[in-house]
Ligand binder design. Structure first.
Ligand code: CP
Ligand code: NVA
Length: 304
C-alpha cells in the first residue's frame, strides 16, 4: 500500500491491518503509552473544502506520532491560481513525507499520487471518503465485536460516503444494503464491484434496506459543493430519513453512524441522533486513531 486514494485499491487484509493498528494506537493513547512512530516527519494537508474533523484529527494525530502537520488552504497555494497539480506534486514531494488532500475531483488526488513521490491520502473527494469509512468500520467492530456477516444499511445520497461504505463494508465481509432515490445512485465503478460480491443490494426502499440491519448509516442530502441543489434535494430525499419508525425495522441492538456534520430534521431526526450520540461521537473520535494508523502504514519505514 503506497497511498490511500480509495478503498477499491485496498485488499481485505490491508483494511484489517489498518483497523488492528488503529485499535492498538487508541489503546496506547488511552494508557499514556507514547508512540512517536513518525518523529521528524511532515504531513502537508491541502484543503479545497471546509473541515472540522479531518483537519483537527490529522493535525493532532501527526503531533501525537511525533511529527508535524501543515495546513495548506488551496486558496493560498499557487494551485489555487492555476499551478498544475503535476508541478505541485513534484515540489511538495521534496519537502514533505506525505500529503493529505481534500478536494472535489478524484482525478486530482490520483494525479497528485501519480506525479509525486510521497504517499497521498484522500481526505474526501466527491467520489470517496476512505478515512471516514475506516473510522466507521473501526467503530462498528468496537460495538459489535466483529464485522464479518453483519448487515450494513445506508439510507440517502449515492455520494462519497455511500460509495466508500459500500466498498469498505463489502471488503471486510459485511452484507451491504443501500436505499437511494432514482437519479442519486452510487458511482458505476462502485456498483460494478459491489454486485460481483453477491452481498449487495440497492433499492429505492428504505424499509427494505433497514430490515434486520446491524448498522444504519446516513449522511447529508446535499454535500459540499451542492449547496445550490439543497431545496431540490429535500424534495428528492423525502422519505429517506433515519427516524424511529425506520430504526424499529433494524435489529433491536442496531447502532447508528453519521460522519457529521448532521442536519437534524433532514436525513436524521434529532431523537435518533441524540439516542445514538455515543456511537456517533465515538465514530468521530475514531477518525484520529484510524488516520494515525494510515499515516504510520504509509509513512513509517518500519511499517511499510
Ligand atoms: N466527517 C468529516 O469528514 O468531517 P469534516 O468535514 O469536519 O472534516
Ligand atoms: N457527503 C459529505 C460528507 C462530509 C464529511 C460531503 O461531501 O459534504
Amino acid at each position: 500500500m503506497n497511498h490511500l486514494l480509495k478503498l477499491l485499491d485496498l485488499s481485505k487484509e490491508e483494511i484489517y491491518d489498518i483497523l488492528n493498528l488503529a485499535d492498538q494506537l487508541k489503546y496506547e493513547l488511552k494508557h499514556g503509552i507514547p508512540h512517536p512512530l513518525l518523529a521528524g516527519k511532515s504531513l502537508g494537508m491541502i484543503f479545497q473544502k471546509s473541515s472540522t474533523r479531518t483537519r483537527v484529527s490529522f493535525e493532532v494525530g501527526m503531533y501525537q506520532l511525533g511529527g508535524q502537520a501543515l495546513f495548506l488552504s488551496a486558496n493560498d497555494l499557487q494551485i489555487g491560481r492555476g499551478e498544475p497539480v503535476e508541478d505541485t506534486a513534484r515540489v511538495l514531494s521534496r519537502y514533505l513525507d506525505g500529503i493529505m488532500i481534500r478536494t472535489f475531483e478524484q482525478t486530482e488526488v490520483e494525479m497528485l499520487a501519480l506525479h509525486g513521490s510521497i504517499p497521498v491520502i484522500n481526505g474526501l473527494t466527491d467520489f470517496a471518503h476512505p478515512c471516514q469509512v475506516l473510522a466507521d468500520l473501526m467503530t462498528i467492530r468496537e460495538y459489535k465485536g466483529r464485522l464479518e456477516s453483519l448487515k450494513l444499511c445506508f439510507i440517502g445520497d449515492g455520494n462519497n460516503m455511500m460509495n466508500s461504505l459500500i466498498v469498505g463494508g463489502l471488503k471486510v465481509g459485511m452484507k451491504v444494503s443501500v436505499a437511494c432515490p432514482e437519479g442519486y445512485h452510487p458511482s458505476e465503478s462502485v456498483l460494478e464491484y459491489a454486485y460481483e460480491t453477491g452481498n449487495f443490494e440497492l433499492s429505492d426502499n428504505p424499509e427494505k434496506a433497514a430490515a434486520d440491519a446491524d448498522v444504519i448509516i446516513t449522511d447529508v442530502w446535499a454535500s459540499m459543493g451542492q449547496e445550490g441543489e439543497a431545496e431540490k434535494r429535500k424534495i428528492a430525499f423525502d422519505g429517506y430519513q433515519v427516524n424511529n419508525t425506520l430504526l424499529a425495522l433494524a435489529k433491536p441492538d442496531a447502532i447508528v453512524q453519521h460522519c457529521l456534520p448532521a442536519h437534524r430534521g433532514e436525513e436524521i431526526t434529532a431523537e435518533v441522533f441524540e439516542a445514538h450520540a455515543g456511537e456517533i461521537f465515538e465514530e468521530a473520535e475514531n477518525r484520529l486513531h484510524a488516520q494515525k494508523a494510515v499515516m504510520v502504514k504509509l509513512m513509517s519505514e518500519k511499517y511499510r
